[in-house]
Design a protein around this ligand. Structure first.
Ligand code: FES
Ligand code: FE2
Length: 435
């Protein structure tokens, strides 16, 4: 199969529904690849994005992070000033609560993750069980107005798909998670995510609008230029120098894309001995495992029927871009998620986590660290540049930006978010030509 961009199932301009009714993506962006520049710096549009984040399902983490009763982690949704505890309760299973003490609103948990049977507020030591009930408060007799058994941490909706946990800040979500994910909710259910138990995360604050980060991770057009020293060699096959998607699928507001790898890549042992050592001992996650002869055979995503639907020989991975932010990237030898979360119109937070197989040898363990350093360098190139891009756009010098035809993800991500925002702002909706 060639590198032509194509849809598996749907026409280019397909309606989506995030709980506000069927909406068409912005036609000018999806069909012509033109987007207005102010989507990156308009305070009014950012306020509408805040409303959207407060009503749709948001990817929060993995079930492995709360594998045992008492395990918990905190997911902050800064655009909504929200902080959410996700916890495994022994009798009720996985629950989510606002990370807000019922006494006088103090942030209850300050660490990112942990294991407790009881959450104790640092301010006046009210304490709560993992099912949210108030268990104890000092000087209790002087709070006659507080009935302990009626007091429960404020709940947040939580649900899961294929081991991925999602939360919804709306007290009455417009859609179930299954409705929100549509046909994606039937994909990857039995994929071998648990074969990659070793993970490492990177995060950093960004001086840029959150959509710029997602757009950088949604196109390979920049790899031969921005990553010419760090990633071009292993990421770009000779016959696909601009990393055109090998296939794509729109699933409501979400998108799946298939990416190439470079099966002919070899590292120069003399010029880059450490990187060569790493590639010999740990299959690069976007390559087939026989690239690393010392690595033992292990379960792989390569043969999963939901992945690599174009059946590309040089399959580098599938990216699942989930509205409103972030992608799950599933590769032949591992996976990651990469997301840029809005904080303010010109501030965001980057968060990524890579998953590797359990190392069998010290050499493989060392090689995984080398791989992480390599990915860190690549993403640092992205993030540093994106901050400069935001500055340029926020100057107001440009009226519009351009997406190439193969940058199908960018055209859709932008077209869908623009339409969702226009919908909240009461703009004129797009119509199908036949209407
Ligand atoms: S605010 Fe939490 S105990 Fe007072
Ligand atoms: Fe990049």
């Amino acid at each position: 199969m060639g590198n032509a961009v194509r849809s598996f199932d749907e026409p280019l301009l397909s309606p989506f529904d995030i709980g506000f009714g069927p909406t068409l993506p912005k036609r000018e962006t999806v069909e012509n690849g033109i987007a207005p520049a102010d989507v990156y710096f308009s305070p009014e549009r950012f306020d509408a994005e805040r409303e959207i984040f407060s009503k749709v399902w948001l990817f929060a983490g993995r079930v492995e992070e709360v594998a045992q009763p008492g395990d918990w982690f905190v997911k902050d949704v800064e655009i909504c000033d929200a902080s959410v505890i996700i916890v495994n309760d022994r009798s009720e299973g996985i629950k989510a609560f606002h990370n807000v003490c019922l006494h006088r609103g103090m942030k209850l948990l300050w660490e990112p993750r942990g294991h407790n049977g009881l959450f104790t507020c640092p301010y006046h030591a009210w304490s709560f069980a993992t099912d949210g009930t108030l268990k104890a408060l000092p000087d209790e007799e002087n709070f006659p107005q507080v009935c302990k058994r009626e007091q429960k941490l404020k709940p947040v909706s939580v649900d899961s798909w294929a081991g991925f946990l999602f939360i919804n800040l709306d007290p009455h979500p417009q859609q179930t998670l299954e409705q929100f994910l549509g046909p994606i909710s039937n994909k990857l259910i039995d994929a071998p995510f648990d074969a990659y138990p070793r993970s490492a995360s990177l995060t950093s604050p960004m001086d840029a609008n959150w959509k710029l980060g997602n757009e950088a991770s949604g196109e390979g057009y920049h790899v031969s230029s921005l990553h010419r020293k760090s990633a071009k060699g292993w990421a770009l096959p000779e016959d696909n120098p601009h990393s055109h998607s090998l296939g794509w699928e729109q699933v409501g507001p979400h998108l799946i894309t298939t990416l190439p790898s470079n099966p002919d890549f070899t590292v120069d042992l003399t010029a880059r001995p450490i990187q060569a050592f790493a590639f010999m001992n740990q299959a690069q996650i976007t390559s087939n495992s026989d690239d690393a002869p010392d690595q033992e055979a292990q379960p792989s995503f390569s043969d999963h029927p939901d992945l690599n639907r174009p059946k590309a020989k040089n399959w580098g991975g599938d990216g699942f871009f989930l509205f409103p932010t972030g992608q799950i990237g599933v590769f032949p030898n591992g996976w990651w998620f990469n997301s840029y979360w809005p904080v303010a119109v010109d501030k965001s937070r980057w968060y990524a986590r890579w998953y590797f197989c359990a190392p069998k040898t010290r050499r493989q363990r060392f090689a995984q660290e080398c791989m992480m350093a390599m990915y860190r360098d690549v993403l640092t190139e992205d993030n540093f540049s994106i901050n400069g891009q935001h500055q340029g756009l926020a100057s107001g010098a440009l009226e519009q930006v351009y997406f190439g035809y193969p940058e199908i993800l960018l055209r859709h991500m932008s077209g869908i978010m623009q339409a969702a925002v226009d919908n909240r702002l009461g703009g004129e909706p797009e119509r199908l030509a036949a209407e």
